[in-house]
Design a protein around this ligand. Structure first.
Ligand code: NAG
Ligand code: NAG
Length: 271
């Protein structure tokens, strides 16, 4: 395995009993659907790429016992047991004439996927601290589609400007990774990392904002077993996505904005 994260985990956790899970999920659909934030709405405000179980649809009411994935019979993820759905915004290139082109994707290191998302479930590095499995019907949301300023959310979303070849270097959100989209050509494309909260209130499968039932560790990181707030005492596995964007077709200074700004825009409208 060439995965740099895996290398980092192996190095730091040589004595650890638990191992992380990493797998690819191919694209199920790219569509204006977001049954978490806009249940039942068949044109959500922005476009998403969705991966996972085949029962995915616009209707995901928050009702006791309702579990969208119950009706799934197959999945676009590598593990046939995982009927979860995962979705993210998609990336566009804004041309000088104002039109938008959707950025294609490429497979992550060591995986064979058609578009999609690389999913990680990561245990604490100490090899002792236990986590509680996600309960059926559990949902959560990370980030804020309306946010346009960096407010110290580096841990939740970062971008890596990849070099040529398989120069993937270092654990996510370290080194030269940025919260903003890279403001230069990335020879090897852009990798987006999305890191979910790992502390749960232990009761709610969801909350109206889809966030309040979970929290990030109070100090430190999940990996270093940073403490959970007393309001959210139950440790969850670290769920993390990586999304690989093939921006190479746009590495041409005749295409980039003349004012030097970077031209990529999320489907949420956020540049
Ligand atoms: C599963 O499918 C049945 C039959 O179409 C439907 O009544 C039910 O609501 C579905 N359940 C979920 C969780 O989508
Ligand atoms: C706008 O620019 C893009 C990229 O240069 C080009 O592919 C597209 O055809 C242009 N569209 C129009 C309407 O001129």
């Amino acid at each position: 395995m060439k995965s740099t994260l895996m290398a980092a985990v192996l190095l730091r956790g040589a004595a650890q009993a638990q191992q992380m899970i990493r797998f690819g999920c191919s694209q199920l659909v790219v569509s204006r659907l977001d049954p978490l934030v806009n249940p039942g709405l068949e044109q959500s405000p922005h476009v998403h790429q969705i991966v996972g179980g085949n029962s995915f649809n616009a209707h995901m009411p928050f009702e006791p016992g309702f579990d969208l994935v119950k009706n799934s019979t197959c999945t676009s993820c590598t593990f046939s047991e995982d009927f979860s759905n995962y979705w993210t915004a998609v990336l566009y290139f804004k041309a000088r004439n104002g039109t938008y082109k959707r950025v294609r994707q490429f497979p992550n290191v060591g995986l064979r996927t058609d578009g999609g998302v690389t999913v990680y479930y990561i245990p604490p590095y100490d090899g002792k601290t236990t986590v509680t499995a996600f309960k059926p019907g559990f949902r959560m949301l990370v980030g804020d589609a309306g946010l346009r300023q960096n407010r110290g959310m580096q841990k939740q979303l970062c971008h890596r400007c990849l070099g040529a070849g398989y120069d993937r270097g270092g654990a996510p959100c370290t080194g030269s990774d940025t919260t903003n989209l890279p403001n230069k050509f990335c020879e090897g494309g852009i990798r987006t990392t999305i890191t979910f909260p790992t502390c749960w209130d232990g009761k709610n499968l969801d909350t109206p904002d889809h966030k309040s039932h979970v929290a990030y560790p109070q100090t430190g990181s999940f990996e270093s077993t940073g403490p959970c707030p007393s309001s959210h005492p139950v440790r969850l596995p670290q769920l993390m996505y990586e999304v690989m964007w093939d921006t190479q077709a746009f590495n041409d200074k005749n295409l980039w904005p003349e004012d030097g700004s970077q031209p990529f825009v999320w489907s949420t409208g956020d540049g």
